[in-house]
Ligand binder design. Structure first.
Ligand SMILES: [Zn+2]
Ligand SMILES: [Zn+2]
Length: 137
């Protein structure tokens, strides 16, 4: 789908963008809906979902297509890496510099023109690690 350049920044869309930029939890559309409803009580889940899709097409938010789970959204559109918890599915930011060499390496192995890359690390988050060690003791 092509982004429509004439699209207006509606009040709803503005609020969704503001709320998403406040958090680093990479919320799902459902979680966004509960956050947005505190400011716009009449908004519907469908509207939140549609606006998140539009914002991601406009490049104003990042849509994380994490394996097999619900889509998550990120207000930070800079290239950065994520780490996902195998137990609870939470997604955190990984604060390390993106590896541009990997793109050159990939380019030398393909006829595709490499534009960017995304990388997801898999692990167990501090909360789930805490729960596991409590279970074990
Ligand atoms: Zn976890
Ligand atoms: Zn992120």
């Amino acid at each position: 789908m092509k982004a429509n350049p004439k699209i207006r920044m509606t009040k709803q869309r503005q609020v969704i963008l503001e709320e998403l930029c406040k958090v680093t939890s990479h919320p799902t559309a459902d979680e966004m809906y509960h956050m947005i409803r505190k400011r716009l009580p009449k908004i519907s889940l469908g509207t939140v979902y549609r606006n998140l899709e539009i914002l991601s097409e406009l490049g104003m938010v990042l849509k994380l297509e994490v394996g097999g789970t619900q889509k998550r959204f990120d207000g930070n559109v800079e290239n950065h890496y994520h780490v996902r918890c195998t137990d609870c599915g939470s997604v955190g930011d990984l604060h390390m510099a993106p590896d541009h060499e990997i793109e050159e390496k990939a380019q030398s192995h393909t006829d595709f023109q490499i534009k960017r890359h995304s990388l997801e690390f898999i692990g167990v988050c501090p909360e789930c690690r805490g729960a596991a060690s409590r279970r074990d003791s």
